[in-house]
Write a protein that binds this ligand. Structure first.
Ligand SMILES: CC(C)[C@H](C(=O)O)[C@@H](O)C(=O)O
Ligand code: SF4
Length: 466
């Protein structure tokens, strides 16, 4: 019998029609929408006089543009207000479930999907958003699509897709204390580069991933796109099932038992062939940070910023331009550099475990005077738990400012911007020029590292801060 990868199994089960030499017609189980990439799709449907085929398969939430204070008041920014209002009217008109600002399950689309148990193993999931890859943590094929495809999914629940190549990234062994899943993925991207998985769909395998919680796995899959991959997934296991059990949209009773048997079979067959394989050893991974302007420009915090050795021509030019933007020089240590802002949040690290780890770290300590510290829960549910567990109190005592759920300072589409020239150590996933505001300088790191930076006011290794 043909050996199949997990990706093949899910893919093949969703092909409605195979077109010779063309893309497949591909069925989508779940569709998430937000205020930025859906308005034009709805507008075009309207123009064509077409309705939404399966409204119950789409779930909406406003997250990118929303303010993270005074969410109960009218949004001040005109474009943001219009986009959020459009989302409301479109959802109402087409009978689409909306988790609106201020409601119990409002939040970043990639945080609320898993939280509600909408994201499940074996599914195909899309959203007009590149970080849809997050949902792959459940053993689903999840990827970002463009606005014209959002329209296609609304109208037909299908899209046209060519099957990507398959890559497996195996990390075996155990990471040491102070090393998190964010460090694992930053390490992988630094090794294979920000374009290293272009054209591939990745399966993460090996004991280093199996021992991660679901939230930590989501951090890994979230950043698949930052190495160019279409998406990334992890085969479901007991950790996955335990997380989903009892969630609002998870199967219940006899249905649960039946579904569990199906989910358990969602594994890559022994001997299945990948187009490319990478192997890493978990014991080589240490706390990581980026120093440049793409997520592949990462180093261990203890290391120096790479020198110009072996760099020539346009590579050297691009490298120097990137360092110039960051205000760094080749060969300098990164540790000890002064920082202005820390940001804990986003669909990469805005979940409750992230907030817990920051709170545990800063408990009884104070942030440094030069630091502005923002903590933005990924959802209302996370916010609620953070209050109930006493984490907010700990964080506020340490000098952090808690804001309301949304994408916030992850990208400069709302009011939470880092001023030009300032340094922000951020738990988000992108450090592009201007990502957190025009001229802002972003360094990506784990929540634990961010906590250490908040306390010391400079780039620090969390294992060395007490
Ligand atoms: C605005 C949206 C389309 C974008 C994406 O696709 O990822 C954003 O979420 C991001 O993280 O850059
Ligand atoms: S939190 Fe950041 S990465 Fe995630 S969807 Fe929002 S803008 Fe994109």
């Amino acid at each position: 019998m043909e050996k199949k990868t997990l990706f093949d199994k899910i893919w093949d089960a969703h092909v409605v029609k195979s077109v010779p030499d063309g893309p497949d017609v591909f069925f989508i189980d779940k569709h998430f929408i937000h205020e930025v990439t859906s308005p034009v799709a709805f507008l075009n449907l309207e123009k064509r006089g077409v309705g939404v085929m399966y409204p119950e398969r789409t779930v909406a939430t406003p997250d990118h543009n929303v303010p993270t204070i005074d969410q109960d008041k009218t949004i001040k920014d005109k474009l943001s207000r219009m986009q959020v209002e459009k989302l409301r009217t479109n959802c109402k008109k087409h009978g689409i479930e909306l988790h609106d600002l201020g409601s119990a399950h409002h939040g970043i689309v990639h945080v609320i999907g898993p939280e509600l148990g909408i994201t499940q193993p074996g599914m195909t999931i899309v959203c007009g958003d590149s970080h849809t890859s997050t949902h792959g943590a459940f053993g689903a094929i999840a990827f970002g699509i463009g606005t014209s495809e959002v329209e296609m999914v609304l109208a037909t629940q299908c899209i046209m897709q060519s099957k990507p190549k398959k890559m497996r990234i195996t990390v075996d062994g155990e990471v040491g204390p102070g090393v998190t899943s964010k460090d694992i993925i930053l390490y992988i991207i630094s090794k294979i580069s920000a374009a290293g998985a272009t054209g591939y769909f990745v399966e993460y395998a090996g004991s280093a991933f199996k021992s991660l919680s679901m939230e930590a796995r989501m951090t890994v899959c979230n950043m698949s796109i930052e190495m160019g991959a279409r998406g990334g997934l992890i085969a479901p296991d007991e950790t996955t099932f335990e997380y989903l059990k009892g969630k609002q949209y998870a199967p219940k009773g006899a249905d649960w038992e039946k579904t569990l048997a199906e989910w358990t079979a969602l594994q890559t067959d022994e001997g299945a062939v990948f187009d490319k394989e990478h192997y890493f050893d978990a014991s080589d991974i240490e706390p990581m940070i980026t120093y440049g302007t793409n997520p592949g420009m990462g180093i261990k915090i203890k290391d120096i910023i790479p020198t110009l050795d072996g760099m020539e021509g346009s590579n050297k030019k691009t490298y120097l331009k990137s360092l110039d933007y960051m205000g760094f020089a080749p060969g300098e240590p990164i540790k000890g550099k002064k920082v202005d802002f820390v940001f804990v949040g986003s669909c990469t690290n805005g979940r409750i475990e992230d907030i817990r780890s920051v709170a545990n770290f800063v408990k009884g300590k104070k942030k440094a005077d030069n630091i502005t510290a923002w903590i933005v829960p990924g959802s209302r549910e996370v916010e609620k738990m953070a209050h109930e567990e006493g984490l907010v109190k700990i964080l506020e005592e340490a000098g952090f400012k808690l804001r309301q759920p949304g994408c916030s300072a992850c990208l400069a589409m709302n009011d939470d911007k880092i001023p030009s020239g300032k340094y922000a150590v951020s738990t988000s996933n992108r450090n592009f020029e201007g990502r957190q505001g025009p001229g802002a300088r972003t360094l990506l790191a784990s929540p634990l590292t961010v906590a250490a930076v908040a306390v010391t006011g400079e780039i620090s290794d969390p294992r060395e801060v007490f």
